[in-house]
Write a protein that binds this ligand. Structure first.
Ligand SMILES: O=C(O)C[C@@H](O)[C@H](O)C(=O)COP(=O)(O)O
Ligand code: ZN
Length: 284
């Protein structure tokens, strides 16, 4: 199966109240772990690739790995640019084979964010590629760039509704209290904002910063209208902890397969648990 746009599964997610996981791809082992977990769960999923990860893996390898995963699994998989910073980056990804892009204009004023996102939607739609937009500022560390809680700001429902109406994005990330990276305490999620936006627009709300959010908070977010959830840090932590454990037990190991296999298994377990929690098992 070729890579698909998020519109292959997000409308179904919104209608049937489940969420599709965006699991960030940082290297081959991440891609294998995510794909194996999704195959066992028969779940659609999204490979999220940040600009930093793209620089690390290289465009050709990234697209080739995602295409190989789609071909091997037969699952509906979207290859999605995560937090794309410009029209140019989005177009470069689409030309290389990405089936979905996020344009993150959240650091611009509302008018400029709308205008820039509209341009991306117009170009992407012509090529059958789905688009995610973002409104409000999500706290934490995203692709090595840190936004402290003081500068994080919640999305305003009326602005989010207007943003959707004017841009026509396929899903909308809004700041509702989650943050990128692990939490010190528990995140305070504003379900009322999710619900107000969900009731007024036909596309799902996206929850960024999915790592470390308690299961019940995830369930309540999905019930309020979240249809796509991004997870990266939990996989990074699982991967690195597994490697640390192997090397701590045997410092003379030098074959990467000896520590990357447990790392891959640990990430697969994380993804499988998330897929079950999100309710997307057997939705492929
Ligand atoms: O940091 C990245 O490279 C990706 C994240 O921004 C992703 O979009 C996301 O929201 C995942 O959040 P996390 O699970 O808290 O890492
Ligand atoms: Zn994010």
């Amino acid at each position: 199966m070729p890579l698909v746009s998020m519109n292959e599964f997000l409308p179904k997610a919104k209608a049937n109240k489940f969420a599709v996981g965006q699991f960030n791809m940082n290297n081959l082992e991440f891609a294998q772990a995510i794909t194996e977990a999704a195959m066992e769960e028969k779940s659609p999923f999204i490979f999220g690739v940040s600009e930093g990860a793209l620089k690390y893996m290289g465009m050709e390898y990234t697209v080739a790995i995602a295409e190989a995963a789609a071909k091997k699994s037969g699952l509906p998989i979207a290859l999605h640019l995560d937090h794309g910073s410009s029209f140019e980056v989005a177009m470069k990804c689409i030309r290389a084979g990405f089936s979905s892009v996020m344009f993150d204009g959240s650091h611009y004023g509302l008018e400029e964010n709308i205008a820039l996102t509209k341009e991306v939607v117009k170009a992407a739609r012509a090529m059958g590629v789905s688009v995610e937009g973002e409104l409000g500022t999500i706290g934490g560390v995203e692709d090595d760039i840190s936004v402290d809680e003081e500068h994080a700001s919640l999305a305003k429902p009326e602005e989010a509704i207007r943003f959707y109406e004017e841009t026509g994005v396929d899903c909308l990330a809004i700041a509702v209290g989650t943050a990128h990276g692990m939490y010190k305490g528990e995140p305070k999620i504003h379900y009322d904002i999710i619900q107000k936006v969900t009731d007024a627009i036909p596309v799902p709300v996206v929850l960024h910063g999915g790592s470390g959010v308690p299961d019940e908070a995830i369930r309540l977010s999905i019930a309020a209208g979240v249809g796509k959830i991004n997870v990266n840090t939990e996989n990074q932590v699982a991967c690195t902890n597994a490697i640390r454990e192997v090397l701590a037990a045997n410092g003379s190991v030098y074959d990467p397969r000896k520590y990357l296999t447990p790392a891959r298994n640990a990430m697969k377990a994380v993804v499988q648990e998330k897929i079950r929690l999100f309710g997307s098992s057997n939705q492929a």
